[in-house]
Design a protein around this ligand. Structure first.
Ligand SMILES: [Fe+2]
Length: 509
């Protein structure tokens, strides 16, 4: 399949057409929104950063508690950060240009650096002094033609250091490479010359052997990437989707399979986000499909069908002793957050919780039947496992799942933002919880294995929060085996970072 044909698939998926609401312009709308955000202490991170003073650097961050000597390495996060130019403001949280955060942790000393990813989009808009390109939820008038997904690649969703470079990833285009030393942008990663510009989505998985697996989707076509521990492309496979044109956000890897949820959500780019007809909508009568493919040959596959729901994130997938694939994921009853919640936050408007809940299903590879095992009631998102367990099955399979969580105790605060953590023992349903409190927004936390230890909970929990009372971003460290006690150490940054999505830790060698 030619690169041109695959890029045509992107266009068929809706990218590159004219659509959406025009960006908010000052003073009528954008200034009103800024005033609303400034008046709601929980939402001030949605003010974002600007391009001239957006980078952040704190060589030594004040700490409290005990940061372990053995915790040494670099913790990366990524998220949308630049929301305004020349008086225009994006509508949708996912539209902002990406900013990668790097926390360095060495023997109790904490440093931080944050830099906007210098994408071709950002550089063109910087030179023009205004937004040029339509974004996921915002129309920009009078821009140049979009020639491919990387024209509008915001590199704003995940950051992972792999084979000596930081990958800043988005959903529909190339990963951007960054230098771990100073987060300077090296440019879009081209895994092989003829594959330049093909999508490399934001949720690759690195298995226990250091192999990175990922997918990319373009309308009815998709690709499966396998990258070796040294950063060289080992294979690329092409396939066709059993549900073309939907949204594919995350994937899991087992010893034998790749597992990809295909939620029945269609993106109608002719419709605006916000009020009025829904732009991101559940496709009536369509199930949630789970595509399970053999890594050695993705043509060998099964498609399972589950009740319709929206899925952003997988917790894990593993092969059980009987050959079934056990999948945990976070599902929501509809695409409300994608369509409305992420717009309301940007506008400084309170939102209800999106209703995303942890679920487990057993996928019988022999019969093709899917059996739901449990449906927990807590609102959760951003599920993560101990990274040493990625791809492992049987007795070595991950049993514990860490999520951001929100409970009724949130009271009147914006319920679409998480305020705590939940660690769930998947076989039994037993949980530990920690609640940061109503004045704190909990971002994704991750499990960091302790050096030289192999127990699943012989790990730290590392993650950022936004403290609305302090108006500061805080780096938190908890003990996984004693999550309910809360942070054993913190570092309070001298500034507010925009709320981000995903990140990963790289241990110092
Ligand atoms: Fe994600």
């Amino acid at each position: 399949m030619s690169r041109r044909r695959l890029l045509q698939g992107l266009a068929a998926a809706g990218l590159g057409t004219a659509w959406l609401l025009p960006a908010q312009s000052r003073p009528a709308a954008a200034d009103r929104i800024r005033a609303r955000l400034a008046a709601n202490p929980l939402l001030t991170p949605f003010l974002g950063v600007d391009d001239t003073s957006g980078d952040r650097l704190a060589e030594s961050v004040p700490t409290r508690g005990r940061w372990p000597e053995a915790l040494r390495g670099r913790f990366y996060r990524n998220g949308p950060a630049l929301f305004e130019r020349a008086g225009q403001r994006y509508h949708h949280w996912f539209d902002g240009d990406g900013m990668v955060q790097q926390f360095t942790l060495y023997g109790g000393r904490i440093g931080h650096r944050g830099r906007l990813v210098q994408t071709s989009k950002l550089m063109a808009e910087r030179a023009a002094g205004r937004f040029l390109f339509n974004a996921l939820g915002t129309a920009i008038e009078g821009g140049p033609p979009i020639t491919g997904a990387d024209s509008i690649n915001a590199a704003n969703t995940n950051a992972l250091e792999h084979a000596g470079r930081v990958l800043a990833m988005w959903e529909g285009g190339s990963a951007y490479g960054l230098d771990p030393k100073d987060l300077s942008t090296q440019g879009p990663v081209t895994w092989r010359a003829d594959l330049a510009g093909l999508p490399f989505t934001a949720h690759p998985k690195v298995d226990a052997g250091g192999h990175l697996w990922n997918i990319g989707t373009m309308g009815r076509h998709f690709v499966v990437w396998q990258v070796g521990p040294d950063g060289r492309l080992l294979s690329i496979q092409h396939g066709s989707s059993p549900y073309p044109g939907g949204m594919v956000h995350d994937m899991a890897v087992t010893g034998r399979y790749l597992v990809v949820p295909l939620p029945p959500v269609k993106l109608d780019f002719s419709r605006p986000v916000g009020d009025g007809p829904r732009r991101f909508e559940m496709d009536p009568g369509e199930p949630l499909r789970i595509l399970v493919m053999d890594k050695a040959d993705i043509a060998r596959r099964r498609v399972f069908e589950l009740p319709p729901q929206m899925v952003f994130h997988i917790g894990n997938a593993h092969e059980a002793g009987d050959g079934a694939v056990v999948l945990s994921f976070v599902g929501a009853p509809d695409a409300w957050f994608l369509d409305r919640g992420a717009v309301a936050l940007m506008a400084g408007e309170p939102s209800p919780a999106g209703g995303s809940q942890l679920q487990t299903v057993r996928l019988d590879m022999a019969s093709g039947r899917a059996q739901a095992e449990r449906h927990a009631a807590t609102v959760v998102e951003f599920p993560r496992i101990n990274p040493k367990r990625i791809g492992l099955g049987g007795a070595e399979a991950a049993q514990w799942l860490l999520c951001g969580a929100s409970w009724d105790s949130a009271g009147g605060r914006d319920a679409s933002l998480l305020q705590g953590l939940q660690l769930t023992h998947m076989p039994s349903g037993r949980t530990q919880r920690f609640d940061y409190g109503p004045q704190v927004v909990a971002e994704e936390h991750i499990l960091v294995p302790k050096p030289g230890r192999s127990g699943e909970l012989e790990a730290w929990v590392l993650g950022t929060t936004f403290d609305a009372a302090k108006q500061a971003t805080v780096l938190n460290l908890l003990e996984a085996a004693d999550l309910a006690t809360g942070p054993v150490a913190q570092a309070v940054l001298p500034y507010v970072l925009p709320l981000g999505f995903h990140g990963n830790f790289t241990a110092a060698t």
